[in-house]
Design a protein around this ligand. Structure first.
Ligand code: DGL
Length: 258
């Protein structure tokens, strides 16, 4: 079965990388809505329209299941898509619960990072209402990380000053866990870890792929059978240089998991 992945841009590759680790002979279609990134500073209505268009394309290309490899798209569009389509629509869950479970016994706080839209949306607010009765969670939006990743800019010189500015006034030692609640953020794992040295960084990719595997037939484990086709905002990506860049980003994620 072909499995579709959708993100506003390159963030979803951090999730596809995990899918390939677990399903090395899978057939994947990746839709990067790069012409319309970022989603996190758009209105919910704009994001919904873009995600509906992207998923329509993925289904048209034969996807039998779709992973919304984007926390922002999930919180805005997952319920509507599940009403429209009779195929598994798998969303990203911000890993707030496991993060609280890590920090709480240590008497430490939890930092949740995401896009501005994900931070504001009902899904996040409901989650915090349900899980954060003791108010141990701090929510910080990091929109510029999306632009940096889209521009293939991962250098410490660019990234660390931005992070330091966003975390100014916070005591890193007070945090036991940090949630990466946007699929673009795992590219910056090392830099975030460098600031929150004692904290466990958690993202939703592994959980999402485990959930996906329950809903799709087991693909071949033969890595030679692996097939990935890419689309940018509806247009097929055929340029080998561009495809190589995508593979390099996924290799970066795999290296960060070691
Ligand atoms: N990667 C997306 C997410 O997980 C969206 C980032 C953006 O386009 O603002 O939220």
């Amino acid at each position: 079965m072909k499995i579709g992945f959708l993100d506003s841009g390159l963030g979803g590759l951090t999730v596809l990388a995990h899918a390939i680790m677990h399903m090395p002979g899978g057939e994947f279609i990746y839709y990067a809505d790069s012409d319309n990134a970022p989603y996190g500073s758009k209105t919910p209505e704009e994001v919904l329209e873009l995600v509906l268009k992207g998923v329509k394309k993925l289904v048209g290309e034969g996807a039998g299941a779709v992973v919304l490899a984007c926390n922002t798209a999930t919180s805005i569009a997952a319920p509507t898509l599940r009403e429209i389509y009779d195929i598994p629509i798998i969303g990203m869950e911000p890993a707030v619960k496991p993060a609280i479970e890590i920090s709480k016994p240590l008497g430490l706080r939890v930092l949740v990072t995401a896009t501005p839209l994900t931070c504001r949306e009902k899904k996040m607010q409901d989650l915090l209402k349900a899980l954060d009765g003791e108010e141990v969670v701090d929510l910080v939006a990091l929109p510029s990380l999306v632009g940096l990743a889209e521009g293939f800019e991962f250098s410490d010189e660019e990234v660390i000053p931005y992070l330091m500015e966003q975390f100014a006034g916070m005591d890193p030692a007070a945090y036991g866990s940090v949630v990466l609640g946007c699929t673009h953020f795992p590219y910056f794992k090392k830099q975030i870890q460098g600031i929150f040295k004692g904290a466990v960084l958690v993202d939703g990719a592994e959980g999402t792929i485990r959930h996906l595997q329950k809903h799709v037939p087991v693909p071949s484990r033969d890595a030679n059978a692996l097939k990935i086709s890419y689309f940018v905002s509806g247009q097929p990506v055929l340029d080998p240089t561009q495809i190589k860049k995508y593979s390099e980003l996924m290799a970066r994620v795999a290296a960060n998991c070691e």
